[in-house]
Design a protein around this ligand. Structure first.
Ligand SMILES: [Zn+2]
Length: 508
């Protein structure tokens, strides 16, 4: 469409010679009129598309429809263009779509943004229903209260979700680990439903706490989370969004040979992809070898849930996603030492992408995740327990992550400690701690360990630290009482789990 439109402009600038005009006088006029109509219509559509696109928010109808693409060249500055001002006649459908988008934002308690969406519409004054909506949002906004005890906010986390319990719990050497450390898709959905029923609202770590500079200097502070009375904010994260070899294929991806999905996988998604609607989704290979796309892990399952329940997400928050580097990210085999083997596979026709293409795809997925509100974090490069290794090794591991993962997914100031292993006791971090000094120097300001308590948050002067709760088979089976504030385990438990859930298994 972009090309067509510029071609029209171009042809409009080309003036026919006088001689040709004499005998073709009427034909160009007719053509010009047709072109003018086409141009006006194109500009009208482009403006409408631009207004919708500006909002950069998911569609409210739950179908994940991708935002309309702005038509390139719709804002021509060429003075020779005859199209000066688009005769933009707004329709009721435009206004209904605008209200629906604003309603979706308002459902996430961001009334300020919803109001500005409506008020910035150029035909705001022509549609009295818009002012009515603004009044409605203002009333709802005045009913919000600032959550009074941010230090009690809980943080839950998951690993990759099990799609096919038959293959995950098939009794092979990984089964016990999956049973202990993983959650099934059906359990995750049931957890979301019950937490939603109980008034939980997902927030971003950047709404929870951040650095400010005021009369007392530069320091971290809890953010004001403005939600209706009775609602409870919480954080969510997912560790190891890498789709490791042991889960998705046969072989050891820890060496220099990348491992890709096959139908003997353990019943997990194998990578994140950008869906046809522009939203991140999952690729999954079922037991029969069919390649499927859809809600096969936390990211798309949570996205679908929030599309259906926008009031479950505060200001569009999504979860924090932590990745390691030792097998690449998001299911893409981007570890640098894979490059020769991967390019050889490409040359031999056994894999469709070169190493560089694999990296480009992972970058595209990272951008897509960020665009849709997901927060990307480090989960270390090699998954060592930071609490148990030397400060030098922490620094080296962190540098390796920066050099091989941050180059793909972009900068982050959040680390989800591998094995939940913190670098310090419960006392505040100080620069005397060489591990903290190294991680701080690498840009980290948010540090999350794993902690069995309902909540554990620490507001340092120059960082925020928090504990996270594993909602996995181990916790649900052995300590259901510790989850009673969130849900009843018997409501969410997947009967496909073998019991008893072991207490010792391979770490993940
Ligand atoms: Zn991990």
């Amino acid at each position: 469409m972009a090309g067509n439109y510029s071609d029209h402009n171009h042809s409009r600038r080309r003036r026919p010679s006088k001689r040709r005009r004499r005998w073709q006088y009427y034909i160009p006029t007719v053509i010009m009129m047709v072109l003018a109509v086409v141009c006006v219509a194109t500009v009208t559509l482009a403006i409408a598309a631009a207004i919708r696109d500006q909002q950069k928010e998911p569609r409210p109808d739950g179908d994940h429809t991708q935002d309309t693409v702005i038509i390139q060249g719709s804002e021509s500055t060429d003075p020779s263009d005859d199209v000066t001002a688009p005769s933009d006649a707004p329709t009721n459908t435009d206004v209904e779509a605008l209200i629906a988008d604003a309603d979706f934002i308002a459902a996430g308690y961001d009334y300020e943004k919803a109001i500005s969406m409506l008020q910035s519409y150029e035909h705001y004054d022509e549609f009295p229903e818009l002012a009515q909506k603004v009044a409605e949002y203002e009333a709802a906004d005045s009913n919000l209260i600032t959550y009074s005890s941010p230090q009690t906010i809980t943080h839950i986390f998951f690993h990759s979700l099990i799609v096919d319990t038959d293959r995950a719990f098939d009794g092979d050497e990984d089964s016990d680990g999956y049973n202990m450390y993983m959650t099934t898709v059906s359990e995750f959905i049931a957890i979301l439903e019950e937490m939603y029923e109980r008034g939980y609202v997902l927030i971003s770590p950047y709404d929870m706490a951040y650095e400010v500079t005021d009369e007392s200097g530069t320091h971290f502070t809890y953010g004001d989370i403005r939600i209706p009375a009775g609602k409870t904010p919480f954080l969510m994260s997912q560790d190891d969004l890498n789709y490791y070899s042991y889960m998705i294929g046969s072989g050891n991806g820890k060496n220099e040979t990348p491992v890709f999905v096959d139908s003997k996988n353990d019943g997990f998604a194998n990578r994140i992809v950008v869906g046809e609607d522009g939203y991140p989704t999952c690729e999954y290979v079922d037991a029969d070898g069919n390649v499927l796309y859809g809600d096969y892990d936390l990211v798309p399952v949570l996205e679908t849930f929030i599309q259906q329940h926008p009031d479950f997400s505060y200001h569009g928050a999504r979860a924090i996603l932590g990745v390691t580097g030792y097998e690449g990210v998001f299911g893409y085999r981007t570890k640098p030492s894979y490059e020769p083997a991967l390019n050889a596979m490409y040359a031999a026709g056994t894999y469709p992408n070169t190493y560089d293409e694999e990296v480009a795809m992972a970058k595209e997925v990272a951008q897509c995740l960020r665009d849709h509100g997901w927060v990307l974090a480090s989960h270390s490069y090699g998954h060592p327990a930071y609490g148990n290794i030397s400060a030098d090794r922490v620094a080296t591991d962190s540098d390796k992550w920066e050099n091989t993962v941050e180059t793909i997914i972009g900068e982050t100031d959040i680390i989800l400690y591998p094995h939940g292993s913190d670098i310090h006791t419960w006392r505040n971090y100080t620069f005397d701690n060489a591990k903290f000094a190294a991680l701080y120097a690498d840009g980290y300001r948010y540090f999350f360990n794993v902690d069995g308590n309902t909540y554990w948050n620490q507001l340092g002067t120059n960082y925020f630290r928090g504990g996270r709760r594993n909602l996995d088979g181990f916790r649900m089976y052995h300590n259901p009482d510790k989850l009673a504030d969130l849900f009843d385990v018997e409501d969410v438990w997947d009967d496909a789990r073998p019991t008893p859930v072991p207490t010792v298994g391979s770490g993940m």
